[in-house]
Design a protein around this ligand. Structure first.
Ligand SMILES: [Zn+2]
Length: 254
């Protein structure tokens, strides 16, 4: 009984090899099939072919899935910091989760808490500019607007050794063509959590859940306990949903 099973197994393997050769050598396809049919008979041949087709389909579907499926991405961004009380808590939580975020800092606070800025840089976060005094750039003349930006850039550079390339304009107000004279990219957002206004962890998390999509840039402020709590919860939720949390440069640059 065992011998018979082994015999059938070898026979099927030979058939499969023959059929594979038939498939891979188109010019010999017809003669190969006739050969296989002569050995096995048409019924057996059909069964082997069917199982090979099923296998081929399975393989190609898996291959396509591996090739085309990419994690959706989102960026957590924090404005107005660093904050002596809440930024360290946020950095701890992000580190625990191995998540990188983007921080848009006020120059006056970089001057106050350089050690926090240094830590952000060391831990792989993106450090960006949010002007020196939180000014509305389109209400200033070009000289003043440049001053607000460049003074902050210089402070960040002195602290981290990296010159910032990204700037979040306070109030989302950008001065036309300013990017040309400061050579920076303005970064806006797609989800405004209004965390500073609601100061309610559940509501902030809910706003993100409702609006989340691939490429989302989430705006928050690391100045409130509710924002830090919500941000870490959002990080856990998004990871569970298959999202990759990235810094904004990864969403902006191709
Ligand atoms: Zn701001």
């Amino acid at each position: 009984m065992k011998k018979r099973k082994v015999g059938i197994g070898i026979f099927v393997i030979v058939l499969i090899i023959t059929a594979v050769r038939v498939k891979s050598m188109d010019s010999h396809r017809i003669s190969g099939r006739i050969l296989a049919e002569n050995i096995a008979g048409p019924g057996m041949m059909r069964l082997v072919e069917q199982s090979m087709q099923a296998q081929a389909q399975k393989t190609s579907v898996t291959e396509i899935a591996v090739k085309e499926w990419k994690h959706p991405q989102a960026a957590l961004t924090f404005d107005d910091g660093p904050d002596i009380r809440y930024t360290p808590l946020l950095l701890d939580g992000l580190k625990e989760r191995n998540v990188r975020a983007s921080f848009f800092l006020l120059g006056e606070k970089v001057e106050q808490y350089p050690e926090l800025v240094e830590r952000m840089q060391k831990e792989g976060h993106l450090v960006g500019n949010h002007t020196y005094h939180h000014v509305q750039l389109n209400k200033l003349n070009e000289t003043k607007a440049r001053e607000e930006i460049l003074k902050t850039n210089n402070l960040i550079y002195e602290t981290t050794g990296v010159y910032p390339l990204y700037l979040r304009p306070p109030f989302g107000a950008w001065k036309k063509n300013l990017e040309l004279c400061v050579e920076m990219l303005p970064v806006f957002w797609t989800i405004d959590t209004l965390d500073w206004k609601v100061q309610n962890t559940e509501k902030i998390v809910h706003t993100v859940q409702e609006q989340i999509e691939d490429g989302a840039i989430i705006l928050m402020h690391d100045e409130y306990d509710t924002s830090v709590e919500a941000a870490l919860q959002v990080a856990d939720d998004l990871k569970a949903q298959g999202y990759e949390l990235v810094t904004v440069d990864q969403l902006i640059l191709p």
